[in-house]
Design a protein around this ligand. Sequence first.
Ligand code: SAM
Ligand code: SF4
Length: 474
Amino acid sequence: MTGLPKIDVEGLKSFINEAEIEELLTHKSNDKGRVREIIAKSLDKNRLELPEMAALLNTDDPALVAEIKEGAQELKRRIYGNRIVLFAPLYIGNDCINNCVYCAFRQSNTELVRRTLSLKELEKEVRMLESKGHKRLILVYGEHPRYDADFIYDTVCKVYETKEGKGEIRRVNINAAPLDVEGFRRVKSAGIGTYQIFQETYHQPTYAKVHPSGLKANYLWRLFAFDRAMEAGIDDVGMGALIGLYNHKFEALAMLSHTIHLEQKFGVGPHTISFPRIEPAIGTSYADRPPYQASDADFMKMIAVIRLAVPYTGMILTAREPVALRNEAISYGISQIDAGSDIGVGAYSKEDSVESAKKSQFVLNDNRPLDSVIGELCEHGFLPSFCTGCYRLGRTGEHFMEFAIPGFVKKFCTPNALLTLTEYLTDYASPEVKAKGLARIEAELAEIPDSNPIKRELMQKLERIRQGERDLFF
Ligand code: SAM
Ligand code: SF4
């Protein structure tokens, strides 16, 4: 199972109907009645169809765009509440055989310092992240024969077995190049949470231009990665498009097509959707001026439209984006953000920031430490969560359950958020953030009626955490 996977795309045909998507994008909208009907359909807990999502994307009347954003906010409030899940990325290695024109890790980039963590170094990185209070990580790898399924398996196991003080990582997600089914089975057996991979662009002519060589040049091998992952038993997959390569509206519609394909074939869509915008990267002039960069206004509208189009899916916004934009986007339905991130290989445990940049894939715009992010989220009325309850109890597809099962959020998610936030405040928070967090917890508890049996159990579990127990969840 070592080395690169054997690519086999025989008999595969793209399920992205590019001509249909382009055609849908030519229809001008701004039909108030129709836009309102579509928002209502989504608020009624229905996934949208391609023409409906296109109608929202094609709307540019400011008053109607405001209604779309309000719709997204309403959906988030009604179904998911104010929780926001926190994670950190951990870059394992930046060797790569591909030549993606936008990425600093590409093989032809001579300005990048190449580095792969040894298991010992990985352990140090994990200890550092645990000492800050992190419980959920995403491990990120370039595409290289040395980062094969066995290597990924070893790194995931190492993260789970590393414990620092009361800290531990309870969910390890991965972002790694597509494997074959056997490879996916191997990494699943290490206990990964989500398998994340971005198609980058669903537009084939653009895909060919920006992926000139290496395994990644094969569009279909990547497009069917989730099919193979799901065949291998990985239920939670994280989809994404890199915004800036081609028209962002096209990519949003294509992600809906991808979602529908997975629903039809496996009965379940993606666990999360991501839409990173291209950021400047060392030795990478393409990333300074991406041909289709979405403006902030278009980007925010797209986030609100995606929220409405796939109401059951988690949405991730990373520290590529600046603080103010992230705070606004959370209200449109972002459910997960990273915090305290450093994307230099080996950066958490030792590097200075200049050194780190030479090993990084791109530049981050939100450099706040985890503690500050938690403080600010609490101040803004959000509820930071490190919950991994569903995954630990084998409840995969938890985001779908939050959406589909009435009362699920109140019964499981909010209590688990309160328990994990209490752990954080007890073990890691600065006095200032602790005060903000405790006030937030009090406010949340006041919302739960005393007659609710969950409240009694929750209060008992909170007390047990204060007494020193850890990892309690519903
Ligand atoms: N090598 C694997 C791959 O290409 O799928 C996984 C890791 S790659 C390091 C993770 C993601 O970073 C890519 O899928 C791409 O979307 C994103 N990325 C690459 N260059 C970027 C840039 N300049 N700005 C923002 N995101 C970038
Ligand atoms: Fe390699 Fe992934 Fe970067 Fe492409 S995006 S150069 S595959 S690390």
